[in-house]
Write a protein that binds this ligand. Sequence first.
Ligand SMILES: [Zn+2]
Length: 377
Amino acid sequence: MARLHLTGTVVVDAATQHGEAWVVDGRITLTRPVVADATADGDSTGDDSWEEISGVVLPGLVDVHCHIGLDSGGAVDPEIALKQAVVDRDAGTLLIRDAGSPIDNSFVQAHDELPRLIRAGRFIARPKRYLRGYGREIEVADLVRVVVEEARRGDGWVKIIADWIDRETGDLEPLWPAEVLGEAIAAAHALGVRVTAHTFAAESIDPLLDARIDCIEHGTGMNRAQMDRAAAAGVPVVPTLLQVANFEGYAAQGREKFPAYAERMQRMYDNRFAQVRAFREAGLTLLVGTDAGGTIGHGAIAEEAELMVQAGIPAPEVVAAASWSARDFLGAQGLSEGASADFVVYPRDPREDITVLREPSAIVLRGNVVASSGTAT
Ligand SMILES: [Zn+2]
């Protein structure tokens, strides 16, 4: 394993950065290691040499809404799931909170060269009330039991589909009565497991907040009062703008048979950037999630971050949300002394120009240089 010497700007968080850091035995250290011949003067040889990496160093990016083991048709073979994780890694995503997978993707965790994966088990939905083949399709009466099962299978998270089109009413409707949802989320919490929910509709938000949901995915329907409630409760939102960009298409597909649904999806599409600005104005914590794996390709964290900036979130906040803030939220280490060396290096500061996230110059995972543009300096 290479010993690395980092120079430039080593960003720990918004308040702390260093001009230098080192990687020894796969771990970050912020004090010059006392190692025989540990100079970086270029004429050291063999095992005593240091690989120089220079640039703006960020804690490895975090995609908090990513589906490993899923594509538009549902479950994929394990080899494809592994390839998805490689694509995410090569975009700088070194930690994934899986937002539901139709397969048991725990085999990804045996691969040191792949991003760290915090699994949420299988999505939980009702028959005909979510995309076919994606989730565990259960009846309302089974929700509590199934949440407990998935809570035991995952890595501290469970994913519930909270609303979806109901073909009988022709509009988005909650999947679960509020009392059952409350009981299910309480059961997960009793196991020390957090719960996140897919929600497009305003109608499912108050029951989720009443039930002490831990995170909100999409949140396109949230009104200002709901945003204020979520902010006060410290519940973050993952705006998934790449996904919301598809709402216009969903509206078009539904227009003939489900005009109310189509009108709502179109309205949320038209309002998508203003909605994200309103999240920020309400003081909500925003996180970055690509929603890769269904209709969206993997490796799109830079594109999602750019959309958030385009929506009006300042680039420094988006970078924090894609890196150290998300790590804090998930209980993962960043670039602290002794932490695993999981970081991404950029030629310029993405807090000044978010598009720089598209061009990492080096990606280091568990102390190994897994990607590097050009030759080592
Ligand atoms: Zn998703």
